[in-house]
Write a protein that binds this ligand. Sequence first.
Ligand code: ADP
Ligand code: TYD
Length: 213
Amino acid sequence: MFITIEGMDGSGKSTQAKQLAEYLRDKFGAEKIVLTREPGGTEIGEQIRAVIHSLQNQEMSSVTEFLLYNAARAQVVAQVIRPALAQGKIVLCDRYADSTLAYQGYGRQLDLDMVTRVIHYATGGLTPDVTFYIDISIEEGLARRNHGHARGEELNRMDTQTREFYERVRRGYETLMAQEPTRWVRVNGAREIGAVQNEMRGTLEAILKTNAG
Ligand code: ADP
Ligand code: TYD
């Protein structure tokens, strides 16, 4: 089973992904669960991530950015996600292709057909079984990130975009969810960490039960 977690910056994806992975490890055994992230998840992908996110690379074109995210994705799909799924494991990925549609497609306003085709090429058409969208306002997300930065969390180039950019990204996510309502699960992220996590666990339980039955 392939599960992805999406949402705006600062919505709590990494926090929730880690806790969901712990829960699934307790339930199914550590060897059955793979937690990964995008961009990154492999040594090559982490190198690409450093290039995309470097604050020194302000002159990076939208097309370069778009291709680099997909380059990192091609690597994590081939090296981590597909092999794990072939072994019957549960893969949990913190961001995946929907991030490219939302940020580069809607945010950067690149041609959506081209974006879709390149994602298909990078992933070989691998799509998640379920995608959580952790829903949070732009203000709340940015406030959390700023709070995090003040405590030493990473500040990257994608954290320095305009308000209009984040608004397009958020509307992009809404459009993607409306297009595929059965794959997406929207979770209200403006609550405390435990409440968000409990809802995600409950939803996943129900999905696993349905799949088993
Ligand atoms: P993302 O991966 O979506 O950017 P993180 O999990 O890294 O989000 O969380 C961003 C920041 O917000 C971190 O400092 C984290 O501790 C904090 N945070 C995460 N979830 C919540 C929550 N439900 N309420 C308040 N703060 C949160
Ligand atoms: P990260 O620090 O992982 O942010 P977050 O904690 O919000 O997930 O940085 C990921 C950034 O990269 C985030 O701003 C979204 C952006 N991104 C894209 O623009 N396109 C993509 O395809 C992916 C995977 C991420």
